[in-house]
Design a protein around this ligand. Structure first.
Ligand SMILES: Nc1ncnc2c1ncn2[C@@H]1O[C@H](COP(=O)(O)OP(=O)(O)OP(=O)(O)O)[C@@H](O)[C@H]1O
Ligand SMILES: [Mg+2]
Length: 475
């Protein structure tokens, strides 16, 4: 604030009193007023003027100090009350106008601050990572999602030190350096798991207070791309699996219609093969439908209770003939003392049918398959909230085993260790995928352990029905 003139009051009094002094002087010179009276009058006038000027100057100073207080005011919620103005030389509306404009300014400031806070909250709540870049391409600000992905202390770092993708960097260059419009880039980030990001680089209309000139928003599309790839693979696999028996069938039909027409012996030989191929197609379609039905209600945990003991007994009985054909036996143990589990009987039947069928298929002739049911006390809990105690059923064979690298992929659809061999045995590679989806619907767990040359153990953990006790009484 400019300093007030030190002689402001005497100067103002002198200026204001000059006309009266001149009039009195003229009157004294004209002999109309005695000099003593004139001097007395002049003293009264100077005193009055001084009072008036001091009064006015005090009021002006009060207004000046008020404006200065407003300027310094940090407490935005409250605008100080204006001073009382008594000087007749100042319009009282002046100070109330100043106060009103200050209140209006504070209101706008509060609105702007609230809008900025809202924006901050929105950015913080966004699940997509955001990086604000300054004009030189350095990170000016980030949101929590970005910090979670790339770590803390991002501010001030260059973009390539965080994300080294050439397509992204050239999109940022195009926006920041060449002033081009927003750009879209999709790229993979290689970390412990590979992730795909659909990214938008957008210039800001004007630089932000933190210097940000462009925003980079990353949207994780890993799951979408994976689902797209899986869908494409699935269609390709399913068509391939259907085409193989179909082309064999068509081949036989053409032979029977052409060169082997009326050949009873060929017919006799071909018909069982044709039936087998047709059954294979039908099994495949059945498995595919079953899988899609299970997937449809995978989110809905079965509300019914299943008695695992009798269920396992029926499955083992149903496969006894197949075991016999291969000179194998199925030994069921622990099934008569099982508590009920929370589950869908027909789906659980499918699970154990598939597992025991595999054990017979990939087991060695002359050996037996053990189906062992237990109620482990210290096993990891399963169930809807991960707290329910489990019933464990293991299907153990002493067959060829599974090489370690294949184990994590066994439950993928159509995945087979030896495609040709499995197909030869009528397998489609959907059995374990069905098992996995049913077990996951039951909020259970599937564990696979195998040793090459020694055999495999497939263990299914299922949550006990709520309130179920271990023991014969509950079975
Ligand atoms: N007990 C086992 N011993 C050795 N390998 C096994 C065993 N169970 C499964 N596998 C391997 O896992 C693969 C996938 O099994 P899955 O049950 O999904 O398919 P599949 O048995 O080939 O066909 P299907 O759809 O008729 O069940 C099998 O092809 C086989 O390579
Ligand atoms: Mg199988």
């Amino acid at each position: 604030m400019a300093q007030a003139h030190p002689y402001r009051v005497p100067l103002a009094v002198a200026v204001l009193s000059t006309p009266a002094a001149l009039v009195l002087a003229v009157l004294v010179i004209a002999g109309a007023l005695p000099a003593a009276h004139a001097l007395g009058g002049m003293a009264v006038i100077v005193a009055g003027m001084t009072l008036l000027v001091v009064w006015h100057v005090t009021s002006v100073r009060a207004v000046t100090q008020y404006v200065e207080r407003l300027r310094r005011n940090q407490d935005e919620a409250r605008v100080p009350d204006p001073p009382a103005i008594r000087s007749p030389g100042l319009d009282p509306d002046l100070v109330s106008a100043i106060a009103d404009s200050a209140r209006e300014r504070e209101r706008r400031r509060a609105e702007l601050r609230a809008a900025a806070e809202r924006l901050q909250t929105v950015l913080a709540a966004l699940p997509d990572p955001l990086l604000m870049l300054d004009a030189r391409g350095r990170i000016a600000a980030t949101n929590p999602a970005a910090r979670q992905l790339f770590g803390d202390n991002l501010a001030g770092r260059t973009l390539p030190s965080v994300l080294r993708n050439p397509d992204l960097l050239s999109a940022v260059d195009a926006v920041l350096r060449d002033g081009e419009a927003g750009q879209n880039v999709e790229f993979n980030v290689h970390g412990s798991v590979e992730r795909t990001f659909a990214t938008r680089v957008e210039p800001l209309p004007s630089p932000g207070p933190d210097g940000s000139a462009a925003i980079v928003s990353l949207h994780d599309v890993t799951a979408i791309r994976r689902a797209e790839r899986m869908r494409a693979d699935f269609v390709a696999n399913a068509s391939h699996e259907l085409r193989t028996p179909l082309s064999s069938l068509v081949g036989f039909v053409e032979t029977l219609e052409g060169p082997a027409r009326g050949d009873a012996e060929a017919m006799e030989r071909f018909l069982p093969i044709m039936r087998e191929q047709a059954e294979r197609m039908s099994n495949l379609v059945e498995d595919l439908l079953s899988l899609s039905r299970i997937e449809l209600d995978e989110h809905a945990v079965p509300e019914t209770t299943a008695e695992l003991g009798p269920l396992l007994g029926r499955v083992v009985e149903g496969l006894a003939l197949k075991a016999q054909d291969k000179d194998m036996a199925i030994e069921l143990s622990g099934a008569d003392a099982l508590p009920p589990v929370q589950g869908d009987s027909s789906q659980l039947t499918q699970v154990f049918q598939n597992l025991i069928d595999n054990a017979l298929k990939y087991g060695r002739p002359g050996t037996s398959v053990a189906v062992r049911a237990e109620t482990p006390d210290n096993g990891r809990a399963v169930g809807r909230h991960g707290q329910t105690r489990a019933v464990a059923v293991s299907v153990i064979d002493t067959g060829e085993g599974i090489p370690r690298e294949h184990i994590p992929r066994l439950t993928e659809r159509f995945y087979r260790v030896d495609k040709a061999r499995s197909r030869e045995m009528g397998g489609t590679g959907l059995g374990l995928a069905i098992v996995k989806h049913i077990v996951s619907r039951h909020r259970g767990r599937l564990e696979i352990a195998s040793e090459e040359g020694r055999g495999s153990r497939f263990t299914v953990y299922l949550p006990r029905a709520e309130g179920a006790q271990t023991g014969r009484a509950a079975a």
